[in-house]
Design a binder for this molecule. Sequence first.
Ligand code: SAM
Length: 270
Amino acid sequence: MKSLGLKIEDAILLNKDLKKYIFYKNGKIRLDFKNKEALYLYNKMILKYVFNLEMDFHRDALIPTPINRYLFIKNIFEERNIKNEVQKPHSQIKNILEIGTGSGIIAIMIAKYYNCNVYATEVVKEYIKVAKKNVINNNLEDKIKIIDSKGKIIKGIPELNNKKFDLIISYPPFYSINSVPSKRSFGGAYAKEVELIGGGNYGENFSLKIIREGMEYISHGGIIGLMMPHKPKERRQILEREIKNLGLILKTDEIKTGKRIRHIIKGYNF
Ligand SMILES: C[S@@+](CC[C@H](N)C(=O)[O-])C[C@H]1O[C@@H](n2cnc3c(N)ncnc32)[C@H](O)[C@@H]1O
């Protein structure tokens, strides 16, 4: 992989369509990242030229920041010592479950860079189609299975029955209890046929379910890893408490892309 990142100057040379979205501030070239089309084109470009991935995104969905997803994965796979116990080296993290894959970006990066087998779930039919296409376009069909969760988290999904995973990973959505399926809801999800799992004071119920249900599906030495926005802190605290209550070893980290802080909450099943 080349260095992480792509200069705006280089991006506009690689894709002339990006020219429409540039502006200058204090003499420096900038790209209007508030414009979704600009973000879409630029992130596709980063994926192609930095990560060697052919990715497409659903126009209504969240456009992921590739570098942030990569740092999330790298943090988990390249961790070494947890409370003086040697964590599984990444060569031993083989079977992965990703919950809420969207375009498939996390599953695809894991399969490509760490050579793992990934089951990745999603609930929105249109996103499932995009994710499946992305898997095929990157020749990863033998490594990644995209599964329709039909609105479930882990339990009750037939394809996951009796399976154990070395890593259960998610950048989860946060829905309120009576969330009305809408294109604008967080995560870009709009479920027409299934009810979205929401609830909790901070929309944390979806993530709590990942941790609780994950306990039955995690292998010995395995990890449950979630990425969370910086705010609200209370949401992170609830999840961290639950990890400890369930007997997992908690480890948290921060990753930064530009000014954006994301938190990684990990529970180790020793
Ligand atoms: C915050 S987005 C993350 C998407 C992608 N993993 C990424 O990193 O860009 C959360 C995703 O979870 C999906 N989702 C919501 N409820 C789900 C469920 N019950 N099962 C599977 N996926 C679900 C949403 O449709 C959305 O694509």
